[in-house]
Design a protein around this ligand. Sequence first.
Ligand SMILES: Cc1ncc(C[n+]2csc(CCOP(=O)(O)OP(=O)(O)O)c2C)c(N)n1
Ligand SMILES: [Mg+2]
Length: 400
Amino acid sequence: MELYDEIFHMCSEHEITFYSTLPCSHNLKLIQKLEELDGKMLENTTKPLIHIPLVREESGISLSAGAYLGGRKTAIVIQSQGLGNMVTLMLSLNSQLEGSYKIPNLLIISHRGLEGEKINAQKPVGLKSKEILDLVGYKHCSVKHISDLQKFQELLGAYDRGQSIAVLVEPDRSKPAYRIEPMSSITRTLKENSIPEKKVKASLTRHKVISEITNHIGNEFIVSNIGHPSRELYSIKDRAQNFYLTSCLGHSYTLALGLALSLNDIDQKVICFEGDGGLLMNSGSLSILAHKKPKNLIVILLDNGVWGTTGNTTTYALNNVNLSSVAQAFGFPKANIKIIFKKESLVECLKYALSNDGPFLFHVIITDEYQDVPILPFSVVEIKNRFMRSIEDTRLSNIS
Ligand SMILES: Cc1ncc(C[n+]2csc(CCOP(=O)(O)OP(=O)(O)O)c2C)c(N)n1
Ligand SMILES: [Mg+2]
């Protein structure tokens, strides 16, 4: 049995069912297998497997955090080269430091740059990989042979107790690198982007938009983004179903996506607030959202054209980049994208989205004003625990 097969088997025995991946030639077979198993039930698990191909490793951390909130155990399959990209997200969501959400996660890392490595460019991050994992508080072990996996078994026990862990898998250099056969002749669809130019005058404030939304919803879950959006939501209507993301700029919508995919067993939508700055920072992962198309997700893009929370310097969304077009270009269905700048259409679109299948993207053009509201009075671990209890309550009430 191959080393990766055995690692996967051990993960399944631990009920790990939510995987996100970015390829290295050494982990390709596992990624192919996960893609084949996507949506299928494994013998020894109670939930169908979910596989999400990533476009940047750090989104795996926010997706996994959302999935964890929704009741999943998660693993991310990557090459060591991606580790540096993930540091802020791992510190903010997975570490045991004060201010972290302390959400456990597993990394399965193809550890490059070691002895025998032919590509010199793999060496800087490869040689620092263990130090990076130490820095972000991931417990880790290195494995080369199946007989080394006892160490991983012990770490899985720590993972079950809330610790983030990583297994560094040394490439098997006795075999040639694996490749998928070329598709040779394929017809590709290069989609047209057709959202027309529009001049709009912003008059709604963010405070007004959030107030209208909270006035018109029931028990829907809300994931709100870092800074003033979360603070305004808290002061307008604090509720257990609010998950305030107070770090991880640009990852509110990916966390909400992981959550929405993990809540497909309950009849309750996830509403997510994201900012224009955040979306510009992490727009690539819109391709995942467009590909997975969760029916239960409504993304509210609060576009004020500025990095508002940090003092209102303008973003490229102000006049250069139409984020609706960006979403469409990444494959988001045009019919489900609405540009909104009036209260009446906001309410109408929201009511429609609450009772119809999504995903929806409401691109709400708002002013750059903000309310002087206090910072959140509780810890992020309290936010997490309260939110997870509200999901549990919803599951119980769905059963009874
Ligand atoms: C990675 C990272 N870079 C910078 C910051 C500082 N920061 C916090 S909120 C924010 C502005 C976010 O702008 P946007 O997403 O448009 O939301 P807005 O505040 O305008 O509603 C910035 C730059 C951060 N928290 N994280
Ligand atoms: Mg903004």
